[in-house]
Design a protein around this ligand. Structure first.
Ligand SMILES: NC(=O)c1ccc[n+]([C@@H]2O[C@H](COP(=O)([O-])OP(=O)(O)OC[C@H]3O[C@@H](n4cnc5c(N)ncnc54)[C@H](OP(=O)(O)O)[C@@H]3O)[C@@H](O)[C@H]2O)c1
Length: 436
């Protein structure tokens, strides 16, 4: 399909255009300026400004087979309504899809209700006050022969961006992770690449007049997100909550209210009816060991194939951490290569071969975390060959609540990891205590 996308240069729009192109669609990006944007996954660019609906006349040419409207609201209901009218009108009577991006904040606080679905009434908070009206305007296009669809994303994360990146920046600036409002606030979340796949599914097969929640995890405690954001910022401290009034001084009252909103929202309908399969790591895992904490990579070309390998190596090290923290002997051992692995411990004890490593692990891991554990962060990956990499890890001692134990030294694990049968495993490992 030839798809016109507004907001194509944005956070969600960039992922949506990537996934549309990967699915074989042709993207026409509507941008505010005419300057070319090299490296983008679109075929053509048209100029238009959704805050100036008159500029949109002619953007939806007869060859456009679908529109995805991702540009944000202007703050003026009449302007946004006129923009929707300008973009949707040319599709009348064609049965072609018009996908409007709203958001789960239109539902308001969901309170005790668990996993609220698309049939729930809207109770918009101030920041999205008139958005339900725009949703209704879009859906009314069904009667005029438009395949009108609304997607309401949760809090979007991944690719190092979105609102979670604000948590990371705040933790870095303030030296302590923070979140907003009540202690138990939860956010429904979605990975930006999973969400982009939902947009592709919506354009390809959502029925006219339907609303979809783009939600991968229905209710993630924001305290956990803040702790993980602290980890991404290199701040191993207990998160603290900031009262909404105080957050309003930083973010403005409407956004502060949104950040403090407690919601539990279901994304099940899209899975069932559209076959949507969110499959990226969850928001906490992504913050802890994914795109929010860049890794230095050497010896491999920039590109998606290297990204996949680096992500898999980071996932392997995250597994090492998990197995250590939970004293999971078998899981820990499964991360080693079977054939002749070697491990030199932080105290210089050399273990040669799988059997020696297994015997040692069985002896020392149970009970090892009684007075604390450690976090493991990948800092540098050197590809020696496409299937062999040297990995520098930073190991920091922490209490069970994730806060740093200040008087214990860090470790500097060094792993040689090997890719066999598509899976990365540890072939050789050495740990060294870091003494200043
Ligand atoms: N991020 C989230 O967690 C989230 C959650 C739920 C809903 N949403 C909704 O999803 C949509 C996209 O969000 P996002 O996070 O991707 O936003 P974003 O990163 O700020 O991107 C906004 C995009 O819209 C374009 N744009 C802004 N004003 C425009 C205008 N007047 N005319 C034409 N294009 C304009 C920007 O283009 P330029 O390059 O010209 O700036 C950019 O491409 C928004 O409607 C947002 O409310 C986002």
């Amino acid at each position: 399909m030839k798809v016109l996308v507004t907001g194509a240069t944005g956070y969600i729009g960039s992922a949506v255009t990537d996934h549309l192109a990967a699915a074989g669609h042709q993207v026409v990006a509507l941008t505010r300026g005419a300057e070319p944007r090299p490296g983008r996954t679109w075929q053509a660019q048209v100029v238009g400004d959704t805050a100036d609906p008159g500029s949109l006349a002619g953007a939806v040419t007869p060859d456009i087979e679908a529109v995805i409207h991702l540009a944000p609201p202007s703050g003026d209901a009449d302007v946004d309504s006129a923009a929707v009218e300008a973009l949707a009108a040319p599709l009348r009577g064609t049965g072609r899809p018009f996908v409007y991006t709203s958001g789960i904040w239109v539902l308001g606080a969901t309170g005790a209700a668990q996993e609220v679905g698309e049939d729930a009434p809207t109770h918009p908070i101030d920041i999205v006050g008139y958005r339900p009206q725009i949703e209704q305007q879009v859906l009314a296009g069904t009667a005029d022969g438009i395949r009108a669809v609304v997607v309401r994303p949760g809090i979007v994360y991944g690719r190092g961006g979105g609102i979670p990146a604000i948590l990371v920046d705040r933790a870095r600036q303030g030296g302590v992770p923070e979140y907003y409002g009540e202690e138990g606030v939860r956010w429904p979340t979605v990975h930006v690449d999973d969400l982009a796949e939902l947009f592709v599914a919506a354009v390809e097969r959502a029925e006219a007049g339907t609303v979809w929640h783009g939600v991968g995890e229905s209710a993630v405690p924001v305290r956990d997100l803040a702790r993980a954001a602290g980890r991404a910022a290199g701040v191993l401290a207990a998160p603290h909550t900031v009262p909404v009034e105080q957050a309003a001084d930083v973010f403005g009252a409407p956004f502060a209210e949104a950040l403090a909103l407690d919601q539990s929202v279901s994304g099940a309908a899209a899975r069932t009816a559209l076959g949507w399969r969110p499959r990226r790591p969850g928001a906490v895992a992504e913050l802890t060991s994914g795109s929010y904490r860049p890794v230095e990579v050497f010896g491999a070309p920039d590109g998606p194939a290297t990204d996949v390998d680096v992500a898999a190596i980071r996932a392997l090290v995250a597994e090492v951490e998990h197995a250590q923290q939970h004293e999971l002997v078998d899981r820990f051992l499964s991360l080693f290569r079977r054939e002749d692995p070697v491990w030199t411990t932080g105290h210089g004890k050399r273990l040669s071969g799988f059997e020696e490593i297994a015997a040692f692990t069985q002896k020392v891991l149970p009970g090892a975390t009684a007075d604390g554990t450690a976090v493991y962060d990948v800092e540098r990956v050197l590809f020696l060959r496409p299937d062999v990499a040297a990995v520098n890890v930073r190991q920091q001692p922490v209490r069970h609540d994730g806060t740093r134990i200040a008087d214990r030294p860090e470790g500097r694990p060094f792993y040689i990891v090997v890719k066999e049968d598509g899976a990365w495993r540890v072939g050789a490992a050495q740990n060294t205590v870091a003494v200043d």
